[in-house]
Design a binder for this molecule. Structure first.
Ligand SMILES: Nc1ncnc2c1ncn2[C@@H]1O[C@H](COP(=O)(O)OP(=O)(O)OP(=O)(O)O)[C@@H](O)[C@H]1O
Ligand SMILES: [Mg+2]
Length: 275
């Protein structure tokens, strides 16, 4: 389905992504982890064609994604929806219109100018909001919602495109632990029920282990780990994060073996990985 071959991005002297390769055969939930500057965002942006790669190939169902131009490129971008840490909603616009904006790539700008959408599209937008548990917020301005609700609106907007792949760049980094859980649960459910692939940059090991089928670890632009959560041992985590003595073994292994009923404390897990 998806083949990433030696994808590289060079900014001046920096190899932000350095010959990254991996393949995805079946729809899956994939987490990308790595310290700040490892190249996680740059990689997602190349996949979505927000940033051009310096070299390499990305092939999705036989299509050479990095070679797409014009309308074909826009079609790919709607097949490969993106979600951001800061939600990127239009704050003063109502929720349902924000969701309908997911159709922009497909329908052009005319309906948006007049805020006129076909009834069937509006119905679908509300169904998607309902599926995410926020249909009753449809008429409110986006800025009036909590962070967790806003991120679910962003997911709804992505789903409006009916994407094959959802790319999420630190989708829960701005949320409190409870909202983070709601949003990760929503992404996981969409991935499994709809058979879409989700690739999410995550800032804690804990979240990657809890939610993902597969974890990719990046360090200095390179993929240094690619495996199932059970393979993400302390040694593997050290290799990914490049952590030395400050990487406290006992505390980290606690974070890495969280019992099912343990409180989900993202901030705590993140603090364990800080130098
Ligand atoms: N537009 C740009 N121009 C120049 N350098 C850039 C640009 N974007 C990213 N970089 C550099 O590329 C490297 C990878 O950055 P990237 O944002 O992909 O990392 P990241 O893993 O997403 O980090 P974070 O966890 O902080 O979000 C960094 O060294 C960064 O400074
Ligand atoms: Mg980033």
């Amino acid at each position: 389905m998806l083949h990433v071959e030696n994808v590289t991005k060079i900014f001046g002297q920096t190899r932000a992504v350095d010959a990254a390769s991996f393949s995805v055969g079946e729809p899956a939930m994939i987490g990308i982890i790595g310290r700040s500057g490892a190249g996680k965002s740059t990689f997602l942006r190349m996949m979505n064609r927000l940033t051009d790669a310096s070299s390499g190939r990305i092939v999705f169902d036989g299509t050479d994604v990095l070679a797409l131009k014009g309308g074909d490129k826009r079609a790919w971008q709607s097949q490969c929806a993106m979600i951001f840490q800061q939600f990127n909603l239009v704050p003063r616009m109502d929720v349902v219109s924000n969701v309908l904006h997911g159709l922009l790539n497909r329908r052009g700008t005319l309906p948006t100018l007049f805020n006129m959408w076909p009834k069937a599209d509006i119905r679908r937008a509300i169904e998607i909001l309902d599926r995410l548990g926020i249909a009753e917020q449809a008429g409110k301005r986006a800025e009036a919602l909590s962070g967790g609700q806003q991120q679910r609106v962003a997911i709804a907007r992505a789903l409006m495109q009916d994407p094959r792949v959802i790319l999420a760049d630190e989708p829960i980094a701005s949320l409190d632990p409870m909202n983070a859980q709601v949003v990760m649960d929503a992404l996981r459910r969409i991935q499994q029920e709809d058979g879409r692939t989700v690739i999410a940059n995550l800032h804690t090991l804990d979240t990657a282990r809890r939610y993902c089928d597969r974890v990719i670890g990046m360090r200095d632009g390179r993929i240094v780990f690619d495996g199932v959560p059970a393979q993400l041992t302390l040694a593997a985590a050290r290799e990914i994060y490049g952590a030395g003595a400050a990487f406290r073994e006992q505390a980290t292994s606690t974070a890495m073996d969280v019992p099912e009923d343990a409180p989900k404390d993202e901030a705590y897990a993140a603090s364990l990985l800080a130098d």
